[in-house]
Design a binder for this molecule. Structure first.
Ligand code: HXC
Length: 259
């Protein structure tokens, strides 16, 4: 499929890379971009060769937020009846393979929220995160008020949502918003290395791990522990568990078949 607002490529035959591509608007996220992003994610999800996906932007901006010029004229009815943003921002939540955000430059508003919807964030040292919606007379609408407190504490989330200040990469790492910070010129190399590592594991096991961690994020500890235990038990029904443990015991590399 031909896309206009994103670029899509496959690396190492097993990593699907999606680059947000509205450079003049600092990758502001409009309907077309979010529709195309959803389509690309679903296509990689359906492709058996792909074990992991990466979403990235440009050096200057991962994404500077939802497109303000598109939103400015919205009425309450447009937003509510049009199901803004659920209609096309939530596709990523249905993706079962891992999705890594590789963030350089600005990740603001919906851009920060999109990064947080990914499974983890690797940041370049020039990354800046923020939820500046309050300056526009709105609040975050794609999960920012919910995911930020879980990621970085209530106090820091309040600070960001109420003052609109930006957090640099070092603070983002210190706060737990990102998993690692790397030099800008190493961002794709490091991210692809992580994605290739993940793609080398059993897809079944990878999906189970993602599902279990997400359960911790969304529910009660006792429910999450039970959910994890049952998934853990069920993995003993896979050939990949037999293969992985046999490979360890026989000091050889594992050859996973996703069965
Ligand atoms: C539409 C945007 C945009 C956005 C930047 N641009 N951000 N257009 N929507 N979110 C456009 C500018 O209008 C400008 O267009 C061009 O991109 C370059 O931006 P500049 O401002 O000239 O660049 P710079 O001076 O370097 O400043 C960078 C910036 C600033 C700090 C990132 O652009 C900025 O503050 N942008 C808005 C950030 C924001 O408020 N985001 C939250 C949006 S609300 P022209 O035509 O003049 O060259 C949101 C709600 C989410 O995300 C809710 C759920 C989805």
């Amino acid at each position: 499929m031909a896309y206009e607002t994103i670029e899509v490529r496959v690396e190492a035959d097993k990593v699907g890379v999606i680059t947000l591509n509205r450079p003049k608007q600092l990758n502001a996220l409009n309907d077309q971009l979010m529709n195309e992003l959803g389509e690309a994610l679903k296509a990689f999800e359906a492709d058996e060769k792909i074990g992991c996906m990466v979403i990235t932007g440009s050096e200057k901006a991962f994404a500077a937020g939802a497109d303000i010029s598109a939103m400015a004229k919205y009425s309450f009815a447009d937003a509510y009846r049009g199901d803004f943003i659920t209609r096309n921002w939530e596709t990523i939540r249905s993706i079962r393979k891992p999705v890594i955000a590789a963030v350089s430059g600005f990740a603001l508003g919906g851009g920060c929220e999109l990064a947080m919807m990914c499974d983890f964030i690797i940041a370049a040292d020039n990354a800046k995160f923020g939820q500046p919606e309050i300056k526009l007379g709105v609040i975050p609408g794609a999960g920012g008020t919910q995911r930020l407190p879980r990621a970085i504490s209530k106090s820091k989330a309040m600070d960001m949502c109420l003052t609109a200040r930006m957090m640099d990469a070092a603070e983002a790492e210190r706060s737990g918003l990102v998993s690692r910070v790397v030099p800008l010129d190493k961002l794709m190399e490091e991210t692809l290395a992580a994605a290739i590592t993940i793609s080398g594991f059993s897809q079944i096991t990878v999906m189970a791990a993602k599902e279990a961690v997400n359960r911790a994020y969304e529910g009660q500890l006792s429910d999450g522990l039970m959910f994890e235990r049952r998934l853990f038990h069920s993995l003993f029904a896979t050939q990949d568990q037999k293969e992985g443990m046999d490979a360890f015991l026989n000091k050889r590399p594992a050859n996973f078949t996703n069965q």
